[in-house]
Design a protein around this ligand. Structure first.
Ligand SMILES: NC(=O)C1=CN([C@@H]2O[C@H](COP(=O)(O)OP(=O)(O)OC[C@H]3O[C@@H](n4cnc5c(N)ncnc54)[C@H](OP(=O)(O)O)[C@@H]3O)[C@@H](O)[C@H]2O)C=CC1
Ligand SMILES: O=C(O)[C@@H]1CCC=N1
Length: 256
């Protein structure tokens, strides 16, 4: 996710001499320097020199990382965390008083500038800090502001969401192959169908039920398929899956 954000900032025209990357593995540091022309430095140096520090380590590594950089941070600086589950209160408790913290939940379509990010302010954040975080994430897609109490649900919906869509795509391609289509044909059909459907949702603004009804001819093929999806409780499965993701996000906050 960190490289996705970095690549988006570079694509969006941020000056590479205004970006610093903290990376601990030397071979990975060289790779990032060569690929993007950015300076890769220690986490401590990046934290000392940057006005905005974006943290994109796993939630389980967050405590150690904050302990490593806390001594370099100063009041007024902005820390933007992209980690699932980790609360602004947790970060604020480990950095100097007055450091502003914004919690962000991004997603991987940021790699093609079609990301969806939700941002929430911590307790020392002013409008300027929030606007800075918004500008950062706007480089790679759409941004909404949400109260922090909604971030676990956001994580379950849009943070993990791309994986559910890929799962559906994968399942439809497999079904196409079962029905006798060449795999390449099935893949083209499914990918364009998902892309076209998403574009219709965004461009018409119509409710998905309305769009679904337009496809569903009386007594036709779609009605036959949808009845099977209901029989197999796919709607209930989606609800259970997203509750599980929300609960996992909450548990990450507790360090498990
Ligand atoms: N993947 C996704 O779709 C999304 C991820 N996120 C969040 O983004 C964060 C990263 O997730 P993801 O990219 O999937 O995970 P990855 O494991 O791919 O990336 C985490 C990176 O952090 C590096 N890292 C760990 N400790 C340090 C350290 N002390 N200093 C510098 N780098 C360090 C790791 O390096 P190494 O490999 O050497 O250990 C690794 O490259 C998580 O908090 C996740 O919740 C949020 C939304 C979506
Ligand atoms: O699976 C995860 O924990 C991360 C957070 C959201 C998407 N990926």
């Amino acid at each position: 996710m960190g490289e996705t954000l970095l690549s988006g900032l570079v694509r969006a025209g941020r000056r590479v001499d205004h970006l610093l990357v903290g990376e601990k593995r030397p071979e990975r540091a060289r790779e990032l320097e060569e690929r993007y022309g950015v300076a890769v430095v220690s986490n401590a140096e990046a934290s000392r020199r940057a006005d905005t520090v974006a943290i994109v380590v796993k939630p389980q590594d967050m405590g150690d990382l904050l302990d490593e950089i806390a001594g370099e941070l100063r009041p007024g600086q902005l820390v933007v965390s992209l980690a699932a589950g980790i609360t602004t209160a947790f970060i604020e408790s480990r950095v100097p008083d007055g450091v502003a913290v914004v919690r962000v939940m991004p997603n991987t379509p940021a790699l093609v500038d079609e990301g969806m990010a939700a941002i929430s302010p911590g307790s020392h954040c002013d409008e300027q800090h929030l606007a800075e975080a918004e500008a950062l994430m706007s480089s790679v897609g759409k941004v909404v502001r949400v109260p922090e109490r909604q971030q676990d649900a956001v994580t379950a919906i849009s943070g993990s969401g791309p994986a559910y869509i890929y799962f559906v795509v994968e399942s439809m391609i497999e079904a196409g192959v079962h029905l006798g289509l060449p795999r390449a044909t099935a893949t083209d059909l499914v990918v364009q169908t998902v892309f076209g459907s998403a574009t219709m949702l965004r461009e018409t603004g119509s409710h998905p039920v309305v769009l679904r009804e337009q496809v569903t001819s009386p007594g036709g093929t779609t009605a036959a398929a949808l009845r099977e999806l209901e029989t197999h409780k796919v709607r209930a499965a989606f609800l259970a899956a997203m509750e599980a993701a929300r609960d996992r996000s909450r548990a990450l906050a507790e360090g498990s």
